[in-house]
Design a protein around this ligand. Structure first.
Ligand code: FE2
Length: 160
């Protein structure tokens, strides 16, 4: 495999682990502030991110290369509200979409069609992630500080 593609894959694997870390920290915030539904949603999200990392891990091995584990960046120390949490979820998913698009472009540049095809799954996944994050953010923004609406939003997230 071309060096550049292997580097991109390893960066993506590490980025997915960071996403899991980030969502776990958000889940803890939601749990501590009494939003058990949002805590559950974010925990599931963290689990999905570990699965994404696992997909990249497996692909690297299947190509006969070695996955490289780097330091995982620290998560934000605190969050201001659930709206703040989902603002950060949405902006993080936009960032991950940029990473995936760059990875797919690099694969195409290097004529690594297996990697290009592999990244397409993530392209589709990111479209869904961004859309869901924006949707939830919109609801929290509309809810403002209304406790009744916040609690019913929390109940909906708890059904994930
Ligand atoms: Fe992901």
């Amino acid at each position: 495999m071309k060096e550049k593609i292997l580097k991109t894959l390893n960066e993506q694997m590490n980025a997915e682990y960071y996403s899991a870390y980030l969502y776990l920290s958000m889940s803890a915030y939601a749990d501590r502030t009494g939003f058990k539904g949002a805590a559950h949603w974010l925990l599931r999200q963290a689990h999905e991110e570990r699965e994404h990392a696992g997909k990249v891990f497996k692909f690297i091995l299947e190509r006969g290369e070695t996955p490289v584990f780097k330091d995982i960046e620290a998560t934000p120390p605190e969050y201001g509200s659930l709206e703040d949490v989902f603002k950060k979820v949405a902006s993080h998913e936009h960032h991950v979409t940029d990473l995936i698009n760059a990875a797919a472009s690099a694969a195409l540049d290097q004529r690594d069609h297996a990697a290009y095809s592999f990244f397409q799954w993530f392209v589709d996944e990111q479209m869904e992630e961004v859309s869901i994050a924006n949707d939830i953010l919109g609801k929290f923004t509309a809810a403002g500080n209304n406790p009744g609406i916040l609690l019913s939003l929390d109940a909906v997230l708890g059904q994930r």
